[in-house]
Write a protein that binds this ligand. Sequence first.
Ligand code: AMP
Length: 424
Amino acid sequence: MNILILGSGGRESAFAWKIAQSPKCEKLFIAPGNAGMHQYGTTVNIKVTDFEGIKALVIKNNINLVLVGPEEPLVKGIHDFFLADEQLKNIPVVGPQAEAAQMEGSKDFSKQFMQRHNIPTAAYKTFTKDTLQEGITYLATAGLPVVLKADGLAAGKGVLICTSLEEAQLELTAMLADAKFGDASSSVVIEQFLQGIELSVFVMTDGTNYKILPEAKDYKRIGEGDTGLNTGGMGSISPVPFADAAYMKKVEDLVIIPTVEGLKKDNIPYKGFIFIGLMNKDGEPWVIEYNCRMGDPETESVIRRIDSDFVDLLQGVAEGNLNEKELIISPKTAATVVMVAGGYPGEYLKNKVITGTENVRDSIVFHAGTSLDGDNVITTGGRVLAITTLQDNMFNALQQATADASRIYYDGMYFRKDIGFDLL
Ligand code: AMP
């Protein structure tokens, strides 16, 4: 098969690394990719939202399957675009259609979905500019802290946890009346705060059958000890000790089955990944969010624990026979440390030459925000590299990933040295 991956981050690097190993993959293309992806396939500089450009690429190279990494093209309807096009309609896209991508693209849509199908989630109410005054009154009764969520996609910034009523009322006004997050905050979900430990659960589904991929924990804050500003993710670990078989059975019965069945009942086709962000509160799973794609940097750890042929699983999703496919999961521990640019997640340094990747001993260097400048690999994004290792136990995995990250250098380089150590 000829396969096209859409995206350019660490997640897509991990997909590409895995897919390139499959005997079923003849040619691999990645659009737009980054400086590290040449190892796995051909990169083509086409944006993930340039649907016409992607169409031309798919036809020219006889692509047989498209794997969509990020949410934006899904929410914008790339799968629907393929289905509506005479030349593309028989080429499977792994990633849901726009209607189902609203599970991520609209918080209100996903909250209504959860309520309709009795999936445990925090109590909530949704407000718009027209009902701002009611929202302000509602906040006074909501209890603290309280969570405000911009309904639409806001580049991971649209969720605010407010600890005082005054702050919550000001932020609600800024979001609804002053379009703090643009169109994304024309509706705002006000939600009860859940105290607990977060867990990322990943499901692959063909719309009827599903497979539960390895779970992971990610680390969102920039600073060690989970302090400072939120980022796209500074590291991940899989497996997660508290997510034992009994806990995961609860997750399957209370969340995964009702989610897959709920989509079917609502007549919403879904072929792709469902990322379920859970809060583990007193041993019970509560859904915080759905994403319509895999997480980053969780994918880097998750992929390393999948021992079966990933292309075979993707074919199962595409052809609707995922139940006939085998998912083999390694019992080992995968750890990922993300290396970021100086200044990130604020204004950050760019175009710094990266050296030392050849000194890494027992990890894979997944490129994210990198480009080629002549013979040099330079930094171009905030999250630059993801260093992922697979070891027999958690301590060794955490140590190895951290030690390997420190063998790489660029001006302003930063990474967290405490990823996963809270779980030991
Ligand atoms: P979301 O975009 O919905 O995943 O929210 C981003 C982050 O905000 C989550 O990863 C949680 O850390 C936090 N968060 C969201 N909703 C809640 C909630 N109801 N209670 C506590 N924390 C939350």
